[in-house]
Design a protein around this ligand. Structure first.
Ligand SMILES: Cc1cc2nc3c(=O)[nH]c(=O)nc-3n(C[C@H](O)[C@H](O)[C@H](O)COP(=O)(O)O)c2cc1C
Length: 141
């Protein structure tokens, strides 16, 4: 099983019904393919954790997520093997955060503009951040 985290930039006029549409399609698809995770939105930036079988995650990312017009500049932060899910109870939880962990987001943005190298992104740091927000998760499937 793998865990993959990416960030992307939401389209400028993204609204509540766009989010509803994503989740309405994502939850049953993910359930069917045993994919779990969380999707966060803050200041027009999405961050999504996907957990599941490598082939299912690959299909989801390449054929669905990357093709969506609801966002752009999809950047995979890391992809790694694991035997334990963090969001095992959610086929896709959604978190609209008022305040993101600025330290982390700044780090990610800096990395994204190439001032940091890929290996300086610490997966544990990102996963700890996401896990810390788990209690706020909605849309339990
Ligand atoms: C940020 C984001 C996250 C998504 N996550 C999932 C997901 O977890 N599972 C899924 O089946 N589709 C996911 N999708 C794809 C949507 O369900 C849908 O296929 C896509 O948004 C349709 O393309 P459109 O937005 O251009 O109409 C996601 C899309 C976006 C923009």
């Amino acid at each position: 099983m793998i865990q993959l985290v990416y960030i992307s930039k939401a389209k400028p006029n993204l609204n509540k019904s766009d989010i509803d549409a994503i989740l309405k399609e994502a939850i049953p698809f993910n359930k069917q393919h045993e994919i779990t995770g969380t999707l966060m939105l803050n200041s027009g930036i999405f961050m999504q954790l996907l957990e599941g079988d490598p082939l299912s995650i690959d299909f989801l990312l390449e054929k669905k997520i990357k093709k969506s017009t609801k966002h752009q500049h999809i950047t995979v932060l890391f992809k790694r093997e694991t035997n334990k899910r963090i969001f095992s109870e959610w086929n896709m939880s959604f978190l609209q955060l008022d305040e993101f962990d600025l330290k982390i987001i700044n780090k990610i943005m800096a990395w994204n503009t190439q001032s940091l190298t890929k290996k300086e992104i610490n997966p544990d740091e990102i996963l700890n951040l996401l896990e810390g927000f788990k209690h706020k998760a909605k849309d339990k499937a």
